[in-house]
Design a binder for this molecule. Structure first.
Ligand code: UN1
Length: 492
């Protein structure tokens, strides 16, 4: 199936560009053909969004919320179908694909409610017979640039709050997962989002993304992707004084203390490190372990990793699906070689899966390194694959120091039964998300999502934090005294 762009309420072919194949990463089958649009297509979408903004910004919030409620209902009805498409297009196992769609459903209903909240505040004026209030206001056109690893959840985290706040949208999804983006926009159309309010332009970052960053018709950019691209996004959009929200990944760690519930820790480590084949921003890629249980944990993990089953995500017994593409295979393997050359001990994994049945997909063996030190590149850089690095520590202070000594700060976790250690960890782990006795993944949509340092630029997604990004404050003073009252002067 050939996908089309959606501009000003019409499904249209790209003006010039060709098409690229959208491939099932588990078996190489073609899922769809994705338009590789150019800058002109993006500019058309921006003008459609600008025009629609003048009407959409005046639609009452509760009405905008009602449309999102319908979106949530449609997503819920089609959850299973969408999850199956997602597994075919992106590779994650079906259970996780269902979770990804569920995140979108949760966000739709949460943001539908914001249509009736969107609270501002009133506050006393310093002068008599004068009223003061602060209200949330739409900003304009939002450029939404999303990755392939959460093809439904991440677009919904951005598009739904943008819409409920009264902005219009130009959406550029990753070229690896266009089919899910198409399904989402079809649902938005069906739910009654007016023409021009959401526009979808398929294509590369260099053609379509660049226009969103630099065209004056776009007021804000919400981007999730790599750190290197994020820097470019911030610099280019910053040049035009656009509001920019960045979510750029992590090097997340689980700390396991010697009093931890080991069974629980093992299950959580496997889920956090190898779920979604390690392709989550929140995935655990470092394991910081107390010396008293280090060898024991290494032995248990080795045997548990050996029994993880690789396969197509639609097959019932699959634990770990494929990587997204050949480039990802090469990147992961390069890091495994770097780890070995740095002197880390390869405990298990370390290469592409050899099984003949998996040969037409991008399957990489779940990999464990031990004897890793904090400064090795495999302990510092985001690999975005099924590679876990074990680091040995003497105590909690050292564990926290190592946790914080990376350029990212998205998520962290500690397994301990000790309430004092728990609260010290909550205070000192320098990440945007902290888990106690749970792995590094599993953020819920009504709490702020995002991280410190190289993970972003200080904004948070989801929850009320998303409302802060997608709206701007207007301070309103109403003087009903009938005379000139000068602030700061007539106050004596
Ligand atoms: C991501 O990896 O970019 O907390 C998002 C989690 C999911 C979202 C991850 N709810 O792992």
């Amino acid at each position: 199936m050939r996908l089309h762009n959606y501009i000003g309420g019409q499904w249209v072919e790209p003006k010039q560009g060709g098409y690229q194949q959208d491939i099932d990463p588990a078996n190489g089958k073609i899922v769809a053909e994705v338009p590789m649009s150019d800058g002109d297509d993006a500019r058309l979408a921006i003008s459609a969004a600008r025009e629609a903004f003048e009407t959409w910004r005046k639609v009452p919030g509760p009405k905008r919320g009602e449309i999102l409620f319908r979106v949530g209902t449609l997503l819920k009805e089609r959850k299973e179908e969408l999850a199956q498409y997602m597994t075919r297009e992106m590779g994650k196992v079906l259970m996780e694909a269902r979770g990804d769609v569920q995140e979108g459903i949760d966000m739709a209903f949460y943001m539908a409610g914001e249509g009736r909240r969107s609270f501002g505040y009133t506050t006393p004026s310093e002068l008599p017979n004068k009223f003061a209030m602060a209200t949330r206001n739409p900003i304009g056109v939002a450029g939404i640039i999303t990755p392939w690893n959460f093809p439904m959840a991440i677009p919904t985290w951005k598009i739904f709050p943008a819409l409920v706040c009264g902005n219009t949208v130009v959406f550029k999804p990753a070229v690896e997962t266009p089919y899910l983006a198409y399904q989402l926009v079809k649902i938005l159309e069906e739910a009654g989002v007016p023409a021009g309010v959401v526009n979808l332009v398929f294509g590369s970052g260099t053609e379509v993304g660049e226009v969103l960053l630099s065209d004056p018709g776009v007021d804000l950019i919400s981007f999730t992707g790599s750190n290197a691209t994020g820097r470019h996004v911030a610099a280019t959009a910053g040049e035009h004084l656009k509001r920019v929200s960045l979510e750029l990944g992590g090097k997340n760690a689980i700390i396991v203390m010697d009093d931890a519930n080991m069974e629980l820790a093992v299950e959580s480590i496997l889920w956090s490190a190898f779920g979604t084949t390690g392709q989550r921003c929140t995935a655990c890629s470092r394991l910081i372990v107390h010396e008293g249980i280090y060898d024991q944990l290494k032995t248990i993990l080795k045997s548990r990793i050996a029994s993880l089953r690789l396969g197509h995500g639609l097959e019932e017994h699959t634990d770990v699906g494929p990587l997204i593409n050949q480039q990802a295979m090469e990147k992961v393997h390069r890091y495994v070689q770097i780890g070995q050359s740095e002197g880390a001990e390869l405990v298990i994994g370390g290469g592409p899966a050899q099984d003949d049945q998996l040969s037409s997909g991008h399957f990489y063996l779940p990999t464990l390194f031990a004897g890793v030190t904090a400064e090795m590149r495999v302990a510092q850089e985001e690999i975005f694959g099924p590679v876990l690095a074990m680091i040995k520590v003497k105590d909690l202070d050292e564990a926290i120091r190592i946790n914080n000594a990376v350029t990212y700060g998205l998520s962290s976790s500690i397994f301990t039964q000790d309430v004092n250690k728990t609260f010290q960890a909550i205070r000192d782990l320098a990440t945007g998300i902290v888990y106690i006795n749970a792995g590094t993944t599993g953020a819920e949509i009504h709490l702020p999502f995002g991280g410190t340092r190289g993970t972003g630029n200080g904004h948070r997604e989801a929850g009320t934090a998303a409302m802060d990004f997608f709206s701007e404050w207007k301070a309103v003073y109403v003087d009903f005294s009938g005379q000139l009252q000068r602030a700061q002067i007539d106050t004596e």
